[in-house]
Design a protein around this ligand. Sequence first.
Ligand code: SF4
Ligand code: SF4
Length: 122
Amino acid sequence: MGEQSKVCTRCSACTRVCIATRLGVPTGASVLEREDKFTCAGCWKCAEICPQGIDIYKLMMEARRKGELPESFRMGIRNILETGYAMPMRGVNAIREMYRLPPIERVKPEVVKKLLRGVSVA
Ligand code: SF4
Ligand code: SF4
């Protein structure tokens, strides 16, 4: 059965289990009615609980691809292209040392750049 033939009954089962909803992101009866699709954490709970068997996560990702990429995501991509990490990693080993953890070996940015050649973000 294709996703198109599955019908949302607006039972709210997905909304009840959604992390983003619990954190206060405004959501309709179905998480698919949520305006900001970029608030999805990708936990798949909605897809697991949907009694209609709708692949909600897939539809959420399709909607993302059609939408404008938020600046926070652009920044993450820029960081990955420049440093190899989405988040700033400065000081990570100092924090690890405080917890008596061994240092991590950082990914070399040039390796990431090689893997992501052709990828760019405005
Ligand atoms: S769980 Fe499925 S049927 Fe129920 S509201 Fe969400 S998408 Fe619709
Ligand atoms: S996959 Fe996204 S929309 Fe579905 S429950 Fe998790 S956070 Fe919510």
